[in-house]
Ligand binder design. Structure first.
Ligand SMILES: [Mg+2]
Length: 242
């Protein structure tokens, strides 16, 4: 058995940090101005568009789209904007958000940590997978930040079991890490990281976390096996007690 947990939207509620960091990145690093106040409307729009996000640079693009008043009603709308922005711009946005994060960590570490909260129902049971060599965190976020957040909340999850994709496909990393294991569980809140059923190894069980940054229609679709916050402790218990 191997268990892979996504970080943002599964272990950690980080939308507050993403909002602040990407807003500063867009204002300071892209526009070259100081970061103004975000309106309540813009904050609400950012949260409602959060399910379209796959990695850090996407948040900066989202700030640009909100500022330009572009309405997004689907993942396809967002992906069209990603294509329009192009790889060079997205690399610049990636550099921008990571440099702002470094700055925030250097200037106000406690403030930065406070913007990232481990979900209470996850915090209650996370020490168990943290201490189990069969469990991994698998995220598009840099491992260093995941480490900081977990340490900040007193979770001792070894760095050797925190995997950052660094541009690689999650499923590729799962196969590299757990290849050959006959039972692999992968808990995510962004089903785009799930391989399509035809390409999915038989041993791989993909589970959608309902407490994450999800689109309501995903819950109505029979395509996904879901897990709710009340089921998480039992789910871990079932896997790890063996
Ligand atoms: Mg996620």
């Amino acid at each position: 058995m191997r268990l892979f947990l996504d970080f943002d939207g599964v272990v950690c509620d980080s939308v507050g940090e993403a909002q602040v960091a990407s807003h500063r990145a867009y204002c300071q690093k892209v526009l070259g101005s100081s970061a103004d106040e975000l309106s309540e409307d813009d904050r609400a729009r950012f949260i409602s568009y959060r399910p379209f996000i796959r990695n850090g640079e996407d948040f900066v693009l989202l700030q640009q789209l909100i500022r330009e008043g572009i309405q997004l009603s689907s993942q396809a709308d967002f992906d069209r904007e990603l294509l329009r922005a192009g790889a060079a711009t997205m690399q610049r946005y990636r550099d921008a958000i990571y440099s702002v994060r470094e700055q925030m960590l250097a200037e106000d570490r406690a403030g930065w940590l406070a913007l990232n909260r481990i979900y209470p129902h996850v915090r209650a049971v996370i020490d168990r997978p943290a201490g189990d060599d069969r469990c991994f965190i698998l995220s598009t976020k840099k491992a260093q930040y995941i480490n900081e957040i977990l340490n900040g909340e007193g979770v001792r999850w070894p760095a050797t079991r925190i995997i950052s994709t660094e541009g690689r496909e999650k499923v590729t990393l799962i196969e590299q890490t757990a290849g050959g294991d006959n039972e692999i569980h992968f808990v995510e809140d962004q089903p785009d990281h799930f391989p399509s059923p035809g390409e999915r190894p038989a041993a791989l069980h993909c589970v959608l976390a309902t407490w994450g940054y999800i689109q309501p229609q995903w819950l109505e679709s029979s395509a996904y096996t879901t897990i709710g916050p009340q089921e998480f402790a039992d789910f871990l218990d079932r896997l790890l007690s063996r």
